[in-house]
Write a protein that binds this ligand. Structure first.
Ligand code: F6P
Length: 356
């Protein structure tokens, strides 16, 4: 077999571990030749591929980023390099020219949506869920999430000591777009006093109440806020619009908005830290390395079995797969009855809401 592999969308710790596992498993299981497609779907559009032999995937388990490169604007159904033209027929022809039996797409919801459209045009696809946000439909965990949570937790630990020393309100803004998984998990792990997530619009008076209460007792307050958090009745804080991107809106800055809202209403100083891409860079945690390896192996097995147009997923502790169509373009948010929310409320953490 000849099998292509690409990494699409934003990068994520563990991508190289997946690439390694796919390549090693395919060589072992079916003696496949693995073709690395550079910079996500851009490599299929601009015809940039290279053979990935086992030497190329050696020593990459612990490295961040992706050895193949990625691109979050490349879309064959609206190519930014050709005024948004649909170049998908040329991409399909290139896949046939390369004589690929399948393309393994490692990506998030946007990449899966593109992969699904290509699958409908006859390209055999196997998908592998990637995003630090952990918001892909039908899978309990995407690799990269555990690493992001570890980084945010460490940041909260550090902010706690400086916040305590100065008696300040310390706000930490996390990634996670419209899903609050990173902020919720890391907020719990990092002992935040207030966790604000997009799924539960916050009341400023409730955030102020908690800060004031803590001012009187512990003197400092730790707030973990997801970039997609917003006040009740208010909108998202949009950092920029990237018009030729499949997902044009980039969020960011709600931590600064919240600081400006809080400062006149609390007695102490307020500081904001926006972690940004630090959450996506660097070496994956052991958990993410194992999960990424399991996903890569499972993807290779689907290819070997010619079970195409499926995405590998994690259900509980079991690796499984679901139809690509079920995952494409869908996301998974924190449900308002999620166990972790109850845990937060019952341990005295505020989510800026009155539900507790
Ligand atoms: O989806 C992953 C993610 O890291 C989001 O949490 C964040 O909003 C976005 O990507 C940032 O994307 P970019 O790479 O365009 O800065």
């Amino acid at each position: 077999m000849r099998v292509g592999i690409l990494t699409g969308g934003g990068d994520c710790p563990g991508l190289n571990a997946v690439i390694r596992a796919v390549a090693r498993s395919l060589v072992k299981l079916v003696g496949a030749e693995v073709i690395g497609i550079e910079q996500g779907f851009l490599g299929l559009i601009e015809r940039r591929v290279r053979t990935l032999d086992l030497r190329e995937v050696a020593g990459i388990m612990a490295t961040g980023g992706t050895i193949l490169g990625t691109h979050n604007k490349a879309n064959p159904f609206g190519y930014f390099g050709a005024g948004g033209a649909d170049v998908s027929d040329a991409v399909c022809a290139y896949v046939r020219e390369l004589d690929l039996d399948a393309v393994v797409v490692i990506g998030g919801d946007g990449s899966m949506a593109i992969a699904h459209q290509l699958a409908l045009k006859g390209v055999p696809i196997v998908g592998c869920p990637k995003t630090i946000d952990n918001d892909l439909a039908h899978t309990d965990r995407s690799f990269g999430f555990d690493t992001a949570v570890a980084i945010v937790t460490e940041a909260l630990d550090r902010l706690q000591t400086t916040g305590q020393s100065h008696g300040r309100v310390m706000i930490l803004e996390t990634m996670g777009r419209y899903a609050g998984w990173i902020a919720l998990h890391a907020g719990l792990a990092g002992a935040a006093d207030i966790i604000l997530i997009p799924e539960l619009p916050y009341r400023l008076d409730e955030v102020v109440r908690v800060c004031r209460e803590r001012e009187a007792r512990q003197r400092y307050t730790l707030i973990c806020v997801a970039e997609g958090a917003r006040p009740e009745g208010g909108g998202f804080t949009v950092k920029e619009r990237i018009e030729d991107s499949p997902e044009p809106i980039r969020l960011g800055g709600v931590g600064n908005v919240l600081r400006a809202q809080l400062e006149p209403l609390v007695g102490c100083e307020v500081r904001t830290t926006i972690l940004g891409h630090v959450q996506r860079g660097g070496s994956p945690t052991p958990f993410d390395r194992v999960l990424a390896t399991q996903y890569g192996h499972a993807a290779a097995r689907l290819v070997a079995a010619k079970a195409f147009n499926r995405v590998v997923v994690l259900h509980g502790n079991r690796i499984d797969s679901v139809p690509l169509a079920d995952v494409a373009g869908r996301s998974r948010n924190v449900p308002s009855d999620h166990d972790l929310l109850r845990t937060a409320w019952d341990t005295g953490i505020s989510t800026g809401t009155l539900v507790a």
